[in-house]
Design a protein around this ligand. Structure first.
Ligand code: HEM
Length: 284
């Protein structure tokens, strides 16, 4: 949401277009309501573009293979951790023109579902472990963005700085490292790493960006060692589709957190791990 506002502030003509749409449909006398959404097409496009270019969970929540399987021709052994670089997938050069640019107009004639069926934009994940708050999430983002766009007037605020800090903290939490039993097979390619820390030093301050560079040099599916923990990083819509759709049941589990993680993270993750087996056998 903060990112959408930032992009709109950087391009005041887009901000004005959105403000005009909301003023025309809703007016200035009342708050935006869910019933207005059908008529707020530019708002919908702006929020989709925000989800594409600035997904809240840049590297999603990690998944874990519950059985051996093959993704994009590579063997993925049981218990291997998989993360999806949603940030890089949304900026895939093969799927978008000017992928780094915030252009809500690109969705005018393009039907893209951001709820997990179109792998070019997967801010909520897909399959059995897709975000359970997906509808609340999209309604909330649209309502608050619309309301702020009406009240805000083109000034950068401290909210944006706080949002960036929160994203950095979320990324650090994703580096929690569980055990894994990877065997020598036809595993995804792995760039040279260092002993003990593996590829951790390559992540830098913006891991999603660094991971995209690694994917550009190697493949859309690479095997990295984040400390002692082997992790597969997925960086293309095709590969994400194979993990979250073709092998949805196999990847319907999450790795266990390390001792020392915050209690809420431990609770949330262990709850997810427990539901893995149930979700695996349930119909989608
Ligand atoms: C814009 C808002 C939101 C975004 C972008 C978002 C994104 C995500 C993502 C990427 C995942 C991981 C999916 C995967 O691993 O395949 C997730 C999981 C989850 N989200 Fe959200 N989420 C949002 C809002 C919400 C809300 C409002 C709720 C609850 C009311 C919620 C509840 C959950 C839960 C419970 C999970 C874990 C699902 C599981 O492990 O099976 N989310 N979310």
């Amino acid at each position: 949401m903060e990112w959408i506002l930032l992009e709109l502030m950087k391009k005041p003509q887009l901000m004005r277009k959105l403000q005009e749409e909301i003023e025309r449909v809703v007016g200035l006398e009342r708050m935006v309501e869910e019933l207005d959404f059908a008529k707020l097409k530019y708002l919908d496009n702006g929020v989709k573009e925000g989800f594409r270019i600035h997904p809240a969970a840049l590297l999603m929540a990690p998944h874990m293979a519950m059985e051996d399987c093959v993704v994009m021709g590579y063997d993925i052994p049981k218990n291997l951790r998989v993360i999806m670089n949603v940030w890089a997938i949304g900026r895939d050069m093969g799927s978008w023109t000017d992928p780094e640019e915030f252009i809500p107009e690109r969705f005018m004639d393009l039907i893209v579902d951001v709820h997990g069926t179109d792998f070019r934009v997967i801010p909520f994940g897909s399959g059995r472990r897709r975000c359970s708050g997906v509808h609340l999430g999209t309604v909330f983002v649209r309502l608050v963005t619309a309301q702020l766009v009406l009240c805000f007037d083109r000034e950068l605020t401290i909210i944006l700085t706080v949002a960036l800090l929160l994203v950095a903290i979320a990324l650090l939490l994703l580096l929690i490292t569980p055990k894994s039993g990877a065997k020598k097979q036809s595993l995804p390619p792995s760039p040279p790493g260092l002993t003990i820390i593996g590829h951790l030093h390559k992540l830098g301050r913006l891991p999603h960006d660094a991971l995209r560079d690694i994917a550009n040099k190697h493949r859309s599916v690479v095997l990295l060692h984040l400390g002692l923990s082997p992790t597969v990083v997925v960086t293309s819509p095709e590969a994400a589709s194979q993990v979250l759709r073709t092998h949805d049941a196999i990847f319907a589990s999450r790795p266990r957190p390390l001792p020392g993680s915050s209690s809420s993270t431990v609770l949330a993750t262990s709850a997810s791990v427990r539901t893995g087996a149930i979700l695996r056998s349930s119909a989608q």
